[in-house]
Write a protein that binds this ligand. Structure first.
Ligand SMILES: Nc1nc2c(c(=O)[nH]1)N[C@H]1C(S)=C(S)[C@@H](COP(=O)(O)OP(=O)(O)OC[C@H]3O[C@@H](n4cnc5c(=O)[nH]c(N)nc54)[C@H](O)[C@@H]3O)O[C@H]1N2
Ligand SMILES: Nc1nc2c(c(=O)[nH]1)N[C@H]1C(S)=C(S)[C@@H](COP(=O)(O)OP(=O)(O)OC[C@H]3O[C@@H](n4cnc5c(=O)[nH]c(N)nc54)[C@H](O)[C@@H]3O)O[C@H]1N2
Ligand code: SF4
Ligand SMILES: [Mo]
Length: 748
C-alpha cells in the first residue's frame, strides 16, 4: 500500500490500523508530530506516564512518514532548558533577571497593563505575532479575541511561508490548491527540496510518483538532491523564478499547448496576459534566468504535455521581490494548462463541512471597518491585509459558503516590516504591546536590528514559549508552553485541504506548561471578556468544533485517524470560481483595483554595488533542526555543530577561502560570523546562509541574545523597498548582495 494518498479519501479513511506488539508496561497513543509544520501521523510509546519513543504510524497510509526530529522529540522536550513556570521580568528589559510567578498573577498584571495601553493608544496598539505551530494550535481563538477587542495587527511567520501564497492564489481562482500527487504525471519543484528528513511525506509522495513514471522538473540555482533526481534541472539565477515562468508561458502560448476550451470559458484577461508574455521572448528569459533557452522550452513542454501536472507550493517563491508575480504565474500556469480541480492536477477543496472551521471561530466580521482600515501596511502593501482580502467576501460566500476564509492563516495579516516599524515608533501610530506565541520573532523576519529596536520600545511583551529563545529574552512575561506530546490536537490542515485528523495527548505537560488554548482563556478572563472563550477545556472546545459530525472529541479519536470531506472535481462548473468575476482571473481585478499591475511582471535586481559583489540566499533547511529551534539537543547539534556558509569551489578560490575557516558575511544591513563549507553544488557568485542560528548555551540577554547577534541570518535580510515585494511587503531572501570578509577571529 502506498503511503499517504492525499486525495484518495476513501482509501485513507478505510485503511486498517493494526497495532504492533508492545513490550510489557508500554502503552501507545496515535499522535500527530508537530516538530515541523507538515504534521505526520505517528505513534508514541508511553511508559510510567512518559513518552519513551516516537515511531511511525501503524496505519499503512502514514507508515513511511517519520524523520529524526520526531524521534528525538521526547528528549528535546525533556531537556533541562525547558521553561517550566511563568517568568516575570524584574530587571531592565533584556537584563536576564526573572522571578517565578503564577499563571493567575501573571495574567492579572498582563490584563491590567494591556487595558491601560488600549485605553491610551487604542486597541490597534496591541499586536500579536505567531507562527505555524501556534496558529495551528490556537485554532483562531487569538484572532477572535483580537477581533472583539478591536486590533487588526496580527502577523505571523506565514507572511513568508505559505500563508502569503494562499492569499495570492485566491486572486487567480479563489482558493489555495493542493496537488493530487497520487495521480499526477509531472511534478515541478521551484526550488522546494523535500528530503527524507525535511517534509518527509512530500518527499515520499514525490518519490512514489517518480517510481510509477511521473516526470520531475526542478528549478534551483544549486544542484540540490531533488535536482539530482530530476528529469530536467534548470539552474536558474537566484530570485529569477518569475522570469522563468514567463519563459514557460511564452512557449506554452506560442505552441498552443494550453487548454483552449478552459481558457475560453473559464478565464478572464487571456489576451492581455498574452501581450505581457510576449514581452518575454526566450532570449530575454535566458538572459534573466541564466538558463539555456532550449532547456527552458523543453521544461515548459514537459509540464504542459505530460498529462495532469502539479506545481506544489514552494516557500522559495514566497520570499522574493517578485513574490506576488511568481505566485500568480504559478497559478496562471496551473489554470491555462487545465490542471485546476482535475484528477492528478491541483484541487480546490474548500472547507471540510463536518467541523466548525477556524475562520468561523476567528469572527472577522466583528472587527469594524474603521479598525480594519487601520491595519498596518495596508496602505502600501495590501495584498494579504483586510484591504485586499475583504474583496473576497462575496465570492467566497458564493462558492465556499461563508464570507471569511483565512487559508493557512495568511489572508488577513499585517506585513511584518510595517508592524515592526510602528512598534519602533516610526509611525503611523504607536504599537506598545506585543505578544508572541510559538514564534521567534527576533530571528524569523527580515531586518533583525529593527525588530530588536521595536521590542525595546514596547511597554508590554508577553511570550508563550518552551525555551529561552533570543526573543523570549526580551519579554516582560514568559508563559511556559506545552509540547505536542502533552496536548490533544484537532488538525484541520490549516483550512488548506479538507483533511481533518485527531492527535491524542500522550503525557502530562511538565511543571506549569500549558496549552495555547489556556493562554488565551486566561487573557480573555484578564480582559473581563471570559465569554469570548466559553469552553471550559480544550477537549470541550473540540467537542464544539466536531458537533457537525455528531461525535464528541473522544468518539472522534476512537473512530478514525483521518476524516475527509467527499472529493469533488471541477466544482466551479456549479458555482464559478471564488473571484469577483467568478472566473479564473489571469488579469487580477483586485490587484488592478488596488492600483497595482493586474498582470504579473518581473522586477529586475537593483544595479550591482561593487562593494557587495556576491549574492546570498537564506535557506537549505538543516535535517536536525526545525527553523530556529532544536539547537539545544546534543544529538542534533552533533550533526550541525556550527552555521555553515556554502560557497562554490570557484568562489572559494577567488576569495581565498578555506574549508572550515571562520569568515564574516557582511552587507549594508549587518554582518554575521560563519564557517566556510566548499560545495560543488553551489554556483559561482552565490552563497547560502543557513536560517535561524543561535546557541542556547551562549550568554543571554540584550547585547548577546545567546549568539543570535553573532550568527542569525535575519541580520542580513533587508526590508528596504528595493528588497520588499510591492504588493505584499514581504522580504526578498533569495539574492541579497553581500561580501565575505576574511577574519582572524575563531568564533566559537
Ligand atoms: N530571516 C528569515 N526569516 C524567516 C525564514 C528565513 O529563512 N529567514 N524562514 C521563514 C519560514 S519558512 C518560516 S516557516 C518561519 C518560521 O518562523 P517561526 O515559527 O518563528 O519558527 P521557529 O523558529 O520554529 O520558532 C518557533 C518557536 O516556537 C516554539 N514552539 C515550538 N512548539 C511550540 C508549541 O507547541 N507551543 C508554543 N507556544 N511554542 C512552541 C519553539 O521553541 C520556537 O522558539 O520563519 C520565516 N522567517
Ligand atoms: N529538517 C527540516 N525540515 C524542514 C524545515 C527545517 O527547518 N528543518 N523547515 C520546513 C519549512 S517551514 C519550510 S518552509 C521548508 C523549506 O524547505 P525547502 O522548500 O526545501 O527550502 P530550502 O531547503 O530553504 O531551499 C530549497 C532549495 O531552494 C534553492 N533556492 C535558493 N534560492 C532559490 C531561488 O531563488 N529560486 C529557486 N528556484 N531555488 C532557490 C536552494 O538552493 C535549495 O536547494 O522546509 C520544511 N522542512
Ligand atoms: S517531517 Fe519529521 S518533524 Fe515534520 S511532522 Fe514529519 S516526523 Fe515530524
Ligand atoms: Mo516555512
Amino acid at each position: 500500500m502506498p503511503a499517504a494518498a492525499p486525495f484518495d479519501p476513501e482509501a485513507i479513511q478505510n485503511a486498517v490500523y493494526t497495532e504492533r506488539p508492545l513490550k510489557p508496561g508500554v502503552t501507545t497513543k496515535r499522535t500527530i508530530c508537530q516538530s515541523c509544520d507538515i504534521a505526520c501521523s505517528v505513534v508514541t510509546e508511553i511508559k510510567k506516564g512518559r513518552v519513551v519513543k516516537v515511531r511511525s504510524s501503524d496505519n499503512p497510509i502514514f507508515r513511511d512518514n517519520i524523520c529524526m526530529k520526531a524521534i528525538i522529540a521526547p528528549k528535546g522536550f525533556a531537556h533541562p532548558n525547558r521553561i517550566l513556570h511563568p517568568l516575570k521580568r524584574v530587571g531592565e528589559r533584556g537584563s536576564g533577571e526573572w522571578e517565578q510567578v503564577s499563571w493567575d498573577d501573571a495574567f492579572a498584571d498582563i490584563g491590567e497593563r494591556l487595558k491601560t495601553i488600549i485605553k491610551e493608544h487604542g486597541p490597534e496598539a496591541w499586536s500579536v505575532s505567531t507562527s505555524q505551530w501556534n496558529t495551528a494550535t490556537d485554532h483562531g481563538i487569538g484572532r477572535r479575541i483580537m477581533n472583539h477587542i478591536g486590533s487588526p495587527n496580527w502577523t505571523s511567520g506565514v507572511a513568508l511561508c505559505a500563508g502569503n501564497t494562499a492569499a495570492i492564489n485566491r486572486m487567480t481562482y479563489g482558493w489555495f490548491p493542493f496537488g493530487d500527487f497520487n495521480n499526477t504525471e509531472c511534478i515541478v519543484l521551484m526550488g522546494h527540496n523535500p528530503r527524507r528528513h525535511s517534509w518527509t511525506p512530500m518527499y515520499n509522495w514525490i518519490r512514489q510518483a517518480q517510481a510509477r513514471g511521473a516526470k520531475l522538473i526542478v528549478t534551483d540555482p544549486r544542484k540540490s538532491s531533488s535536482a539530482e533526481r530530476a528529469d530536467i534541472w534548470l539552474p536558474l539565477k537566484v530570485g529569477s523564478d518569475a522570469a522563468m515562468m514567463f519563459g514557460w508561458l511564452k512557449v506554452i502560448i506560442d505552441e498552443e499547448l494550453y487548454d483552449k476550451d478552459f481558457v475560453e470559458n473559464w478565464t478572464t484577461g487571456f489576451e492581455e496576459l498574452k501581450s505581457r508574455v510576449d514581452e518575454y521572448p526566450l532570449e530575454r528569459v535566458a538572459k534573466l534566468t541564466g538558463c539555456d533557452p532550449e532547456m527552458i522550452a523543453k521544461a515548459a513542454r514537459m509540464y504542459a504535455t505530460s498529462g495532469p501536472a502539479v506545481i506544489p507550493w514552494t516557500p522559495i517563491t514566497d520570499m522574493q521581490r517578485n513574490s506576488t508575480s511568481a505566485i500568480r504565474l504559478q497559478s496562471i500556469l496551473r489554470a491555462i494548462t487545465g490542471n485546476v480541480d482535475v484528477p492528478g492536477g491541483e484541487l480546490l477543496q474548500g472547507f471540510n463541512p463536518d467541523i466548525v472551521n477556524e475562520s468561523t471561530i476567528e469572527m472577522h466580521e466583528v472587527l469594524s471597518d474603521a479598525q480594519k482600515a487601520k491595519q498596518l501596511g495596508s496602505d502600501k502593501h495590501p495584498a494579504f491585509t483586510y484591504r485586499a482580502q475583504e474583496r473576497f467576501r462575496e465570492p467566497t460566500k458564493r462558492v465556499w459558503g461563508q464570507e471569511y476564509a483565512n487559508l493557512v492563516m495568511g489572508c488577513y495579516m499585517t506585513p511584518p516590516s510595517s508592524l515592526f516599524n510602528a512598534m519602533a515608533g516610526k509611525g503611523p501610530y504607536p504599537v506598545k504591546a506585543f505578544f508572541f506565541l510559538g514564534n521567534n520573532p527576533v530571528m524569523s523576519y527580515a531586518n533583525m536590528p529593527l525588530i530588536i529596536e521595536a521590542m525595546m520600545n514596547q511597554d508590554l511583551i508577553v511570550a508563550h514559549e518552551q525555551f529561552m529563545t533570543p526573543s523570549a529574552q526580551l519579554a516582560d512575561y514568559i508563559l511556559p508552553a506545552d509540547s505536542w506530546l502533552e496536548r490533544p490536537w484537532l488538525m484541520d490542515t490549516f483550512g488548506w485541504t479538507s483533511m481533518v485528523r485527531p492527535s491524542e495527548k500522550s503525557m502530562e505537560p511538565p511543571g506549569e506548561a500549558r496549552t495555547t488554548f489556556e493562554f488565551w482563556k486566561h487573557l480573555a478572563g484578564a480582559l473581563d471578556r471570559p465569554e469570548l472563550v466559553p469552553w471550559e477545556t480544550l477537549e470541550s472546545f473540540y467537542d464544539y468544533r466536531l458537533e457537525p459530525t455528531g461525535k464528541t472529541w473522544d468518539e472522534f479519536v476512537a473512530s478514525t485517524d483521518v476524516h475527509f470531506a467527499k472529493a469533488e472535481y471541477r466544482k466551479y462548473r456549479k458555482t464559478g470560481f471564488a473571484t469577483p468575476s467568478g472566473k479564473v482571473e489571469l488579469k487580477s481585478s483586485i490587484l488592478g483595483d488596488l492600483g497595482f499591475d493586474p498582470l504579473p511582471y518581473f522586477r529586475e535586481d537593483p544595479p550591482v554595488d561593487p562593494n557587495y559583489p556576491l549574492k546570498l540566499f537564506t535557506g537549505v533547511r538543516e535535517d536536525g533542526f526545525f527553523q530556529t529551534g532544536g539547537r539545544h539537543i546534543p544529538e542534533m547539534r552533533k550533526r550541525h555543530p556550527e552555521p555553515l556558509v556554502f560557497v562554490s569551489p570557484g568562489t572559494a578560490k577567488l576569495y581565498d577561502l578555506k574549508e572550515d575557516e571562520w569568515v564574516e558575511v557582511e552587507n549594508e544591513l549587518g554582518s554575521i560570523s560563519i564557517k566556510v563549507a566548499i560545495k560543488e553544488a553551489m554556483p559561482n557568485g552565490l552563497i547560502r546562509i543557513p536560517h535561524g542560528w543561535w546557541k542556547p548555551e551562549m550568554k543571554q540577554g540584550a547585547g548577546h541574545l545567546s549568539g543570535a547577534l553573532k550568527y542569525a541570518d535575519a541580520q542580513l535580510c533587508r526590508d528596504d523597498e528595493d528588497y520588499l515585494d510591492r504588493e505584499q511587503g514581504i522580504p526578498h531572501l533569495k539574492g541579497v548582495p553581500c561580501r565575505i570578509n576574511k577574519t582572524e577571529r575563531t568564533a566559537k
